[in-house]
Structure formats: C-alpha cells, structure tokens
Design a protein around this ligand. Structure first.
Ligand SMILES: Cc1cc2nc3c(=O)[nH]c(=O)nc-3n(C[C@H](O)[C@H](O)[C@H](O)COP(=O)(O)OP(=O)(O)OC[C@H]3O[C@@H](n4cnc5c(N)ncnc54)[C@H](O)[C@@H]3O)c2cc1C
Length: 530
C-alpha cells in the first residue's frame, strides 16, 4: 500500500545508518520528529464535495486526501501536520478517450477546474488544488496504463499515458527492449507526467530527456481532440509535439504517448573515480561531456556531497579503508566523487571505459573500481525512501535544480550553497547543503542541490523556513543565469521566476496557446503561470 503522507510503499524502508545519524547530529544539531497527524483526523477535515454526482467521479474522503498533495517539502509539511489547504472535490479514473472527453464536458458544465494526475510525484506543486470557489476534479490516468502498440522494427511503443516506470519496463523487457527513462521517482511517476514536466532520467546521456524520447500521442483538450503523429523528423513548421512537453496539464490530457525505445543493454558498468579537488573533478566532467563518448550517466558530487554520501553509506570500516587508500594516493578529505555509467554493447562499453579512465587520469583522478557505483545503482530508486527516515529522525529535506553553461557552473554551485547556508543565522537554523552535477551536456550542466534542516514542532514555522530557503536559492539561480528548472518543472513553486526567464512576449504567446486549447481556463489553473 502506498504511504499517504510520505514516499513510497509502506512495506519498504531505508533506515538511516548510525554513521548518518551521528553525521547529521554534528552538522545540524539534535532534532526531533514532530507529531504526525493521523489519517483519520485528516479524513475528518475534508469538506463536503462541491461537484454534482457523476458515475465516473469518486468523492470519498480518502480518495480526495490521497490526491491532494504531491511530494514537495511544502506538500510533506501539509500531509504530516494534517494542514492540507485544499482537496479535490472528486477523483475520476477514466479508461478511454471517450470517458476523458465526457469528464471534460462534465467539468465545464460544473464550472470545475481539472487537474490531470499521473503518479502524484511532482515536487513543485503541480497537482495541488487551488483554494477558491471553483470545485476541483482530479483526473487520475492510472487506468489508462497499458502497452497499446509496439513497433519492434521501428522501435516505437505506444502506451496509455498513466503507465508508471516499472510497468513500462516490464512490458518491453520480454522483447529485449527498454525505454531507458529512469527518474529517481521511477516506481510511481508516469509517462504522461514525464512528458508534461519535461522529465530527465538518470541515464539521459544515453537514452535522452523526455523531449528526445516522446515522439507523438493523443490529447483530449477542452477545445477538442488532437493527434500528434510520430515522424522520425519533420521540417513542417514548428513542432506541435513540443507544445505538450512541459505543458503541466494546462493544454489538455495526454491519453496516449508514443515513445522511442532501445535495445536492452548488453553490458552495464558503473565506475567510481575520486578527484583530489573540486576543480579537478569539474575539469574532468567537462572534458568527458565534450568527448563524444557513449556515456549513460555522469554524476559528480561536490566535496560536501561526497562527505555526506560516505557518511550515509553505513559501512564505517570500508569507508575508513577507502579513505586510507585515497590518503596514500595523496587525496585529502575534501576530494570529490565521480560516478560514470556506461551501458550498451559490450565492446562499446569496454572502449568507452578505457577513454573515461584516461581522461580521469589526466585530471589526477583515482579510479576506485565499480563497487561504489554498483551500490549507487542498486539503491538508485530505494534512496528516495531516505526522505521518510530523515523526517522520522527530525530533519526536513528538499532538493532543487538548475542548469547553466560550463563557465557558470562553479559560481552557481557556490552561490546556491551560500544562499542556503546563510539564509538563517546558525544559532537559529543550521542548514546542511550539498550538490552534484548529474545531467551534463557539451555546453553546460545541471546542478542538483539537496539541503537539510531540523524540523520545528510547529507546521507554520517549518513552512516559513522552507519558503525562506527555497526563495533564497531560487533567487541565486536566477541571478547567476541558470534556468529555474532543469527537470522538475514550474508548477506553483517556480512560477514567480518564469516570466523573467522567458520574457513577456513568450509568456503572452504561451497564454494564448493555452487559451486556444482551453478557452474557459479549466485545465490546471495557477500552474506554470497565473
Ligand atoms: C523522490 C523523487 C525523485 C524524483 N526524481 C526525479 C528525476 O530523477 N527526474 C525528474 O525529471 N523528476 C524527478 N522527480 C519529479 C517527478 O517525479 C517528475 O516531475 C515526474 O515527471 C512527475 O510525474 P508524475 O506522473 O508523478 O506526474 P504528476 O506529479 O502526477 O503530475 C505532474 C504534472 O504533469 C501533469 N500531468 C500528469 N499526467 C498528465 C497527462 N497524462 N496529461 C497531461 N498532463 C499530465 C499534471 O497535471 C502535473 O501538472 C522526482 C520526484 C520525487 C518525489
């Protein structure tokens, strides 16, 4: 059963090792888990639904609670303290285009706002209902979630848009294929959600971001249906498919998506390399990103993230042995860890591995084999469960991300960390910050930052801390020329920064486009733009 107020399956956990608990106590001081609101109490706080009856709409309190929040830190605070500001008035699980159309008509007649819902893993407020007069209908795509068509020869697969990661892979694996899209939220997030947020998976270097994977599909919008044919390429004017990438539910419901699929890799290799300094690591990462090598993943941790990773690894003896070895090779404690993933045909992986290690050696990198990389790989989805354990230990955790050209990366990493660390005086709130580069491009990189701080017993105080920290980091990103999001999207949390990034003319065009597909403004209002 999926947790209603945390991450993932109730039967799965990722306990904090003792080394991590000690590390957090040292960095952040003592912490205590605030009292959780019981589900029964939250269920009693759900008001009377404001929608007329409809055979496809369920309005039980539990369905409404389970669709009220995503996974941002603000959502967590709302769920854990039982302080949810708005619930959808009803939830529908359509099974066909006809039912989607019928529900859109029903919503229009009822004056309801419509929130398309995939896996509910948004971390920027995409699926949270607005507080207001209008009733809210959430359309959960979870029953449009099968493989509809597979063109093995052309390597194209069409799925119902509500299909989640594991079911996509399970339907492709028997025929030797993979989608290769592995966001950390893989277990729950869906194809429709990935398209609507321009998601990027952990192996995006090999398989591409969603904009390279998504080639067509079908949309039901308030203004009517639309088919997006899947041409291998087209110069027939602007690409209509692009309008739906990152549309965040504002243009309509993607009911089916056609995606490029690839052969399952013959071999996978996960190398770990330590660099003596952050600047050595950065130089190597940039060279690797520009070398044209067939990499699947490159993940360079700052010294602070490397230190945190080793504290959370939970094997003190092995970590001490590793530190001893690195010390013998002249690496100080402030070194940084690079993980490189290579997947594909065995000979290609072998030769790419040799090139990677040669480039790393040039930057004084120390190759420490595959075991750290394999451990990361084994926990690549399970590590999301740490959010539950951290909360239970009394710590809030949030992540944010951006992308910028290579020449701005060092400043960007520092500025975000400084903004977060200095948002409060250390006597009031201590903040632990660390970052990594995870999606690299020849001309720049994403920067992914995690920050933790001790939870307060009061919900409002936690919200105040979070808004303050998130605001400080977002302003630092904008001031240093980064995009407000590399992969999580805009939702409500990044909305104040979008206009400055895109410019007034582009925002006007975006509003006009949304109006054409959704003349009465039913579709997910308040997300992406006001
Ligand atoms: C632990 C964790 C790890 C994460 N890791 C990553 C990561 O590695 N990479 C990454 O890119 N993101 C990551 N995310 C963010 C999140 O998983 C992505 O934004 C994901 O794409 C959301 O998919 P979803 O199906 O859950 O969509 P939802 O959260 O349900 O919805 C997101 C948006 O898409 C719209 N939408 C959903 N389905 C449809 C549809 N069929 N038609 C039209 N609009 C639709 C919604 O209206 C909403 O605006 C992570 C989140 C968490 C909690």
């Amino acid at each position: 059963m999926r947790r209603w107020n945390g991450w993932g399956d109730e039967a799965v956990s990722f306990p904090l090792p003792a080394t991590a608990t000690a590390f957090l106590a040292e960095k952040l001081g003592p912490a205590r888990q605030p009292q959780d609101a019981p589900l029964e109490t939250v269920l009693r706080s759900v008001g009377t639904p404001r929608l007329p009856r409809h055979p496809l709409v369920v309005s039980t309190a539990e369905e409404r609670v389970r669709h009220a929040c995503g996974q941002s830190l603000g959502d967590w605070i709302a769920l854990r303290f039982g302080r949810i500001r708005a619930f959808p008035d009803g939830v529908a699980y359509p099974t066909s285009d006809t039912e989607v159309r019928d529900l859109l008509r029903f919503a229009a007649e009822a004056g309801a706002e419509v929130i398309p819902y995939g896996g509910g893993t948004s971390v920027v407020g995409h699926i949270t209902p607005r507080v207001g007069e209008a009733p809210v209908l959430t359309l959960d795509l979870g029953r449009m979630a099968t493989l509809v068509q597979l063109d093995e020869r052309g390597r194209l697969a069409t799925f119902g848009a509500g299909i989640a990661g594991p079911n996509i892979e399970a339907s492709l694996r028997p025929v030797g294929l993979t989608l290769g899209h592995f966001p950390q939220s893989f277990d729950y997030s869906t194809l429709g959600g990935w398209v609507a947020t321009r998601s990027s998976g952990q192996q995006s270097l090999r398989y591409g971001r969603m904009e390279q994977i998504f080639v067509g599909g079908h949309i039901e919008s308030p203004a009517g249906p639309l088919d997006l044919p899947s041409y291998p390429a087209s110069a027939a004017g602007p690409d209509v498919r692009e309008w739906f990438l990152g549309s965040e539910g504002r243009l309509g419901i993607l009911t089916r998506a056609t995606v490029r699929v690839s052969a399952l890799p013959e071999r996978e290799a996960w190398q770990a390399i330590f660099f003596r300094t952050w600047s050595d690591g950065l130089a190597a990462a940039q060279r690797l990103a520009q070398a044209g090598l067939p990499l699947a993943m490159l993940r360079l941790a700052t010294p602070a993230e490397t230190e945190t990773t080793l504290a959370f690894a939970g094997h003190p003896r092995l970590v001490a042995a590793l530190r001893g070895y690195l010390g013998l090779r002249g690496a100080r404690a402030d070194g940084c860890l690079l993980l490189v993933g290579l997947v594909g045909p065995a000979d290609m992986v072998g030769s790419a591995r040799r090139s990677v290690l040669a480039i790393a050696r040039d930057a004084r990198g120390i190759h420490v084999g595959q075991s750290l990389g394999r451990k990361w790989y084994a926990n690549r989805f399970r590590s999301a469960y740490l959010r539950n354990s951290l909360w239970d230990a009394g710590y809030a955790v949030d992540t944010l991300e951006t992308a910028c050209p290579w020449n701005r990366v060092p400043d960007m990493v520092d500025s975000i960390a400084t903004a977060l660390r200095s948002a409060f005086s250390p006597e009031t709130v201590r903040v632990h910050v660390f970052s990594h580069l995870s999606h690299v491009y020849p001309h720049g990189s994403s920067v992914y930052t995690t920050y933790l701080f001790p939870l307060h017993a009061d919900a409002d105080e936690n919200l105040r801390r979070w808004h303050w920290l998130k605001g400080a980091a977002s302003r630092a990103i904008a001031e240093h020329g980064g995009t407000i999001s590399h992969q999580h999207g805009v939702g409500t949390d990044h909305l104040p920064y979008l206009e400055a990034e895109k410019g007034p003319l582009a925002m006007k065009a975006l509003r006009t486009l949304c109006h054409d597909f959704d003349p009465h403004g039913l579709m997910n209002p308040g997300k992406l733009f006001e």
